[in-house]
Ligand binder design. Structure first.
Ligand SMILES: [Zn+2]
Length: 216
């Protein structure tokens, strides 16, 4: 696999502990890098236009635009207003999901049984982060799942499988507009995409020449 090379002009760096959340502004022309530090760690993501958070990531338009269910290098991530918000500029893994949504009390109960209902979830993490930006559960939409391949079979079946076992896989998201990015470092211990043992991730933002860096 490729090692995570150091991007130039990193203006922000943060390690997100296992199971925790993160949000930050990525200005137009900047690149958000998400690194799976240990391996087998899913990262759920939501995107909002910084200028008007009523404009947000749209999974259906993204799938429609590229006629593929796989998110990978070159995928343009569309908003509900039909604008490109970010483009996947680099991807060492090769396949990420935007079909199956985030883990939640309800979803965990369906997948893993009643005993999983009250486990901390990505939906809980999204609510924590969205609350910091004046948003609520009404603002949660179908999301992106990085480092979580969901193979789609010829007969239409799909499965959530384990992610990359090697450490250091990363995706680079180049912002086409100013974007508020909200991440959940998935806390679900029953999910093979987390190797049944959630681990830390790293987030960096690379400043682009000529753009004004936002405070986070
Ligand atoms: Zn999750």
């Amino acid at each position: 696999m490729n090692e995570a090379s150091e991007p130039p002009a990193v203006r922000y760096r943060r390690v997100v502990p296992p199971g925790r959340s993160w949000s930050g502004l990525v200005a137009r022309g900047e690149t958000l890098r998400i690194v799976d530090l240990i391996g087998e760690q899913a990262v759920d993501a939501l995107l909002y236009a910084a200028a008007d958070t009523a404009e947000r990531y749209d999974a259906q338009l993204t799938v429609l635009a590229q006629a593929s269910t796989v998110v990978t290098r070159g995928t343009r991530l569309y908003s509900n207003r039909g604008r490109v918000m970010m483009t996947v500029a680099a991807d060492t893994l090769g396949a990420h999901d935007t079909l199956v949504g985030c883990c939640s009390a309800e979803g965990n109960t369906v997948r893993f049984g009643e005993q999983a209902r009250h486990l901390h979830s990505c939906r809980d993490n999204f609510l924590i982060e969205l609350g910091m930006h004046g948003m609520s559960k009404c603002d949660i939409v179908p999301n992106l799942n990085f480092f979580m391949p969901v193979p789609l079979e010829e007969d239409g079946r799909l499965a959530i499988v384990g992610g990359a076992q090697q450490p250091g896989h990363f995706v680079d998201l180049l912002a086409a507009i100013d974007v508020l990015c909200v991440l959940s470092n998935c806390p679900q211990i029953n999910n093979p995409c987390n190797g049944f043992d959630p681990t830390p991730i790293e987030v960096t933002i690379t400043s682009a020449a000529g753009t004004l860096a936002h405070n986070i």
